[in-house]
Design a protein around this ligand. Structure first.
Ligand SMILES: [Fe+2]
Length: 249
């Protein structure tokens, strides 16, 4: 059995321990599905970027493990909100390490995976990482963002967000984008999360990711080909009359 298959079994056996009466609680099931999609995205990025088999395996393992801590976070704190509980990337890193799942790997491979998990939700990646770590971290971050694009659209399509403010954390849905957010995206800078006042701002963060926040050209192509840019353009035009094509002008 190869490392990937062995790790997959260990990971899903761990996830199974959170089942109640044979099923995962619905919020955890969403994370399980998210993880499977992030793994899939990571594989597609590796293929498109022409990574060698070893790099592909490390990236795929990091993707599989990136949200390991989400299940325990929800069980313990009943929330996925890191600011109300734990930093779920640190939590994931610590659980993977403590379980010893990567102990059979070379130190360099183990560190690359653990650090990719640890850094996956940071606004910026530290400089000077070893090349394998840097690649794995970028791949997981891109793969994660690509699925977060899907999740937002799913949330818009499946909730009563127009009448239920809690669908988007009580963000105002009627406000135009904050000029600070627009300026950051135009300037190629990461958006300061403090400047998020409305649903429009929240959606714009993701447009910023598409423009400046994806590390690999293939990730940017996937985002466009899957219609994520077009979806946000139509959504913001309908919602507040803002045209995201304006960001490129
Ligand atoms: Fe995450």
């Amino acid at each position: 059995m190869n490392a990937l298959e062995r790790l997959r079994q260990l990971y899903f056996a761990y996830v199974d321990t959170f089942k109640v009466d044979g099923r995962l609680p619905p919020m955890m099931e969403l994370k399980r599905i998210h993880t499977a999609r992030v793994v899939d995205n990571a594989r597609q990025i590796c293929a498109a970027e022409g990574f060698d088999p070893h790099t592909t395996e490390i990236c795929t393992l990091a993707a599989l493990l990136h949200d390991t801590g989400r299940y325990e976070q929800l069980r313990r704190y009943n929330t996925f909100k890191d600011s109300d509980s734990v930093d779920h990337a640190v939590f994931s890193h610590d659980i993977v390490k403590e379980k010893g799942w990567l102990d059979a790997l070379d130190a360099a491979d183990r560190d690359a995976i653990l650090e990719a998990v640890l850094y996956h939700n940071r606004r910026d990646l530290p400089d000077g990482l070893p090349p394998l770590t840097d690649t794995a971290a970028k791949c997981v971050r891109d793969a994660d963002k690509l699925d977060i694009f899907r999740v937002l659209e799913h949330q818009i399509e499946t909730t009563d967000w127009r009448t239920d403010a809690t669908a988007f954390w009580n963000l105002r849905t009627d406000l135009p984008p904050n000029p600070e957010v627009i300026a950051a995206i135009k300037g190629g800078r990461p958006v300061d999360y403090q400047s998020i006042r409305s649903l429009a701002d929240f959606v714009l963060i993701q447009v910023g990711w598409m423009r400046n926040g994806l590390a690999f050209a293939s990730s940017r192509r996937f985002a466009a080909a899957r219609g994520h840019y077009a979806y946000r353009r139509k959504f913001l035009l309908d919602l507040v009359g803002y045209d995201i094509d304006e960001l490129a002008r």
